[in-house]
Design a protein around this ligand. Structure first.
Ligand code: SF4
Length: 288
């Protein structure tokens, strides 16, 4: 006897954010028209399935150490994180075919940091010291301090004008604590809130949905920090499954759940969510 299909709900915010969708589109369009080889500078996103799909189209990840081996006919696509001016110069000495897929929100942080410096402010970046995005911001100006913890503010800011920007994925709590600490020492503190709430929105939406379903499927690369975080959040409230490849999902395995929730990290293409939904919705046809 066929059973009824489970109800399948997607989180209000799930899957590729604006910047990642844009970078994927740009990459695919570039590959269609490029005459020579096409590389992304490092993996375009943390999703092995997407990396494989891009490799099938001839788009490969380039290691920074291999920049000097580029040919003038090669095309290099810059990731959403952005890069330093110095790295851009290294690439442009090898090829003029550079496609900048830096997220416009990250570009905005570059612009704000440059404006601070041009107006005589000491630039402070609230962010992770080794993250490529933070290093890319730092590499847009002559000098900038990267600060992850309010206690790490450099003492030479005392009495200075300080301009603060944030790595886009930081929390407001972290930014506010650094701003408060800077105000104790600096003669003036100006803050540009450059935090992007795409990650936070996906976490909050996952938390809401997980409380209302019998199980959650979290879709995305197992090397994606933001997808792993969604899995951890969902697991607090319900049975959660981490799905890297939609084809891992078998409708039969989920036929006994009445309400299934789906969420996906900011690096998961929306097509992967749709594929999982389609498989689950077919469970009644496959179950006897
Ligand atoms: S998380 Fe925000 S800043 Fe980062 S790529 Fe996505 S939209 Fe851009």
């Amino acid at each position: 006897m066929p059973v009824s299909s489970p109800e399948v709900f997607s989180a209000e915010y799930a899957g590729a954010c604006f910047g990642v969708s844009r970078a994927l589109d740009l990459t695919l369009k570039t590959a269609e028209s490029a005459k020579g080889r096409v590389f992304t500078l490092g993996p375009l996103i943390h999703n092995p399935l997407v990396t494989q799909e891009l490799a099938k189209k001839g788009i490969r990840a380039l290691d920074e150490n291999d920049i000097e081996h580029l040919l003038p006919t090669d095309t290099v696509i810059l990731r959403t994180h952005g890069i330093t001016k110095a790295l851009y110069t290294r690439i442009s000495k090898r090829t003029t075919h550079i496609v900048d897929a830096t997220c416009p929100f990250v570009k905005n942080v570059h612009t704000e940091a440059q404006a601070f410096e041009a107006n005589g402010y000491e630039v402070v970046i609230a962010g992770e010291p080794k993250h490529p995005e933070t290093l890319g911001i730092q590499g847009q100006v002559q000098k900038a301090f990267i600060v992850e913890d309010a206690n790490d503010l450099p003492p030479n800011l005392i009495g200075k004008k300080v301009g603060i920007v944030a790595q886009t994925t930081q929390t407001h709590e972290m930014l506010n604590s650094i701003v408060s600490a800077a105000k104790l020492h600096a003669s003036e503190v100006v803050v540009k809130d450059t935090i992007c709430d795409a990650t936070k929105k996906r976490q909050e939406a996952t938390e809401r949905l997980a409380q209302d379903v019998d199980c959650m499927l979290i879709i995305g690369g197992k090397n994606s920090a933001n997808t792993t975080r969604l899995f951890e959040i969902a697991s607090r409230y319900t049975l959660a499954f981490y799905i890297e490849n939609p084809e891992e999902v078998s409708a039969k395995d989920f036929a006994n759940f009445a309400k299934i929730g789906i969420s996906a990290g900011a690096s998961t293409p929306v097509a992967h969510i749709k594929r999982v939904r389609d498989i689950l919705k077919n469970s009644s046809k496959n179950t006897t």
